[in-house]
Design a protein around this ligand. Structure first.
Ligand SMILES: [Fe+2]
Ligand SMILES: [Fe+2]
Length: 194
């Protein structure tokens, strides 16, 4: 075996061993004990956050798809590990927000309408926009979700009013949006984004 071949094998095994700077937590929530107006009995804020939950899963699936489309352009093994962990976290968010949205639907809260509108919008975007344009939109989405998440974690006027499994869902999501907030932008730049 030549030295060059040995280095290549060593580099690829290093790539496999690279660990992301944040974990993928596999959680599962049971919302059956939650109240209809789960945000401190406040209908306005409950519906505001229900609406956000309605649009999250499709957005998260779009971000995952966008990264999968460009990750071949990225050589950095550590960034590849971060992308894998990002995809793991967002996939879990989409799964648990879908579970929450099903629960809200059972409470006769009309989640479907908004959910389907967003699904159609993203389908059109994915059809007509270049992959790097979708990446740039993803950078903006990630910036906003990390900012909202930080506010939810820091501001006791918000987080003190959350209780039960819905609180755990939102606080878990807020923490992870902040853990992985840089990944999408780093992937955008590493894949040629200006
Ligand atoms: Fe997320
Ligand atoms: Fe995110």
């Amino acid at each position: 075996m030549s030295t060059l071949e040995a280095i290549k094998i060593n580099q690829s095994s290093t790539a496999h061993r690279m660990k992301a700077s944040f974990p993928v937590r596999r959680l599962r929530f049971d919302f059956t004990s939650s109240k209809r107006y789960w945000f401190d009995n406040d209908a306005y804020f409950t519906h505001l956050m229900n609406a956000m939950s309605a649009i999250f899963p499709q957005g998260e699936l779009m971000l995952i798809e966008a990264l999968r489309n460009i990750r071949d352009k990225i050589d950095d093994p550590l960034l590849q590990a971060e992308i894998s962990a990002f995809i793991g976290q967002e996939a879990m968010h989409a799964k648990e927000h879908l579970a929450f949205n099903r629960y809200a639907d059972e409470q006769h809260i009309n989640i479907d309408k908004l959910q389907n509108e967003v699904k159609d919008l993203y389908a059109i975007m994915q059809k007509i926009l270049p992959s790097m344009h979708i990446m740039s939109i993803g950078c903006a989405i990630e910036h906003i979700t990390a900012t909202l998440g930080a506010e939810l974690l820091r501001n006791d006027d918000w987080n003190n009013r959350l209780v039960g499994p819905v609180a755990e869902l939102w606080l878990w999501h807020a923490v992870e949006e902040n853990e992985h907030k840089a990944v999408f932008f780093d992937a955008y730049v590493a894949s040629g984004g200006g």
